[in-house]
Design a binder for this molecule. Structure first.
Ligand code: GLV
Length: 327
């Protein structure tokens, strides 16, 4: 019996390949350079399944070119690369990988937060330059973390994970979200629900954990940066366009905030040129979920979603199972 054909835009990890290869004839994109849009459209044309990354857009055009497609499985929790409504129109199930990366991403938000507050990368660069003259009283004095106020924007699984870690630092935690968390969660995490305005004004650290939506695009704007404390730091492990990078660069230049640590960018893989030379900015290459265990789990999860569809089951992480009437 011939196996259904699927396309994977990356070779994935062995554990995910094992899941896929039992059931499918898999066309892996293996070159080091990422797949071009043209190549993607060409290769997906005869496929019944697609495993893709957040850098690949699944939109009306792609769906129109892939008449046999039954599932598009992105190996990411964020799914702003997928036009879910278009998938539903084309009767294609869209899936993502929630849950498995929460701890790893929350750990990394903290990595950035600590590193920017305590000027770790400036210190590292100094040591490597061979010019450090030895200890002195006022060298690289940064901001304290312990006992400060953390503002968590977006209080889903990852935002809550970041808040939970703040308990160890005896921080005051403020959060803002479209929906208020249950009382027991607020109690457990010592987190106070506030409006965005108060969060901007009172936080010493603001960590972003919102999805990219029309309402969150450029949430970090001139106006909101102006509300922040001059001593405050911004951490972004969510999606780049949540921050207006030009506004951020200007705020840093005018010392309106103390620093920013970014893992994601408005126009990836580009970074606003004004941020590149700043010492009060840390730039990470979108690696918040990049532990081997977690990235493997994400790939396996995507593979299992694809298998489910061909087994006649509802994929566990579907974004449009209900509109498609999947049981
Ligand atoms: C990474 O950014 C993800 O959405 O998984």
């Amino acid at each position: 019996m011939t196996k259904p054909k699927i396309l994977s835009t990356r070779p994935l990890f062995p554990a995910a390949r094992a899941v896929l290869e039992q059931r499918f004839e898999v066309d892996y994109w293996t070159p080091a350079e990422r797949i071009t849009r043209e190549e993607l459209l060409k290769r997906v044309a005869d496929k019944e399944g697609l495993v893709c990354l957040l850098t690949e857009k699944v939109d009306e055009e792609l769906l129109g070119r892939a008449p046999k497609l039954r599932i598009a499985a992105t190996v990411s929790v964020g799914y702003d690369n997928i036009d879910v409504a278009a998938c539903t129109r084309h009767k294609v199930v869209a899936t993502h990988t929630p849950g498995v990366l929460d701890h790893t991403t929350a750990d990394f938000a903290w990595t950035l937060l600590m590193a920017i507050a305590r000027r770790l990368l400036e210190g590292d660069a100094w040591m490597r330059s061979g010019t450090w003259p030895g200890w002195d009283l006022d060298q690289l004095v940064g901001g304290d973390v312990w006992g400060k106020t953390l503002g968590v924007l977006g209080f889903g699984r990852i935002g809550r994970g970041v808040a939970r870690r703040a308990l160890g630092f005896e921080m005051k935690v403020l959060y803002s979200d479209a929906v208020r968390a249950p009382e027991e969660v607020e109690r457990e995490l010592h987190a106070e629900f506030v409006d965005r305005d108060r969060l901007f004004r009172e936080s010493d650290f603001i960590s972003l954990h919102v999805p990219l939506l029309p309402d969150t695009r450029h949430l970090i704007s001139h106006e909101n940066l102006d509300k922040m404390k001059r001593t405050a730091f911004l951490v972004n492990t969510s999606r780049g366009p949540v921050v207006d990078e030009a506004a951020l660069a200007e705020a840093l230049e005018n010392r309106k905030i103390a620093g920013a640590a970014l893992d994601v960018y408005e126009h990836e893989p580009l970074v606003h040129p004004a941020l590149l030379s700043r010492r009060d900015v840390i730039l990470a290459p979108h690696i918040a979920s990049a532990s081997l265990d977690t990235r493997t789990k994400m790939a396996v999860m995507a593979a299992n979603n694809v298998v489910a569809i061909f087994d006649g089951r509802r994929p566990p992480n579907s974004l449009n199972a209900d509109p498609l009437g999947l049981k």
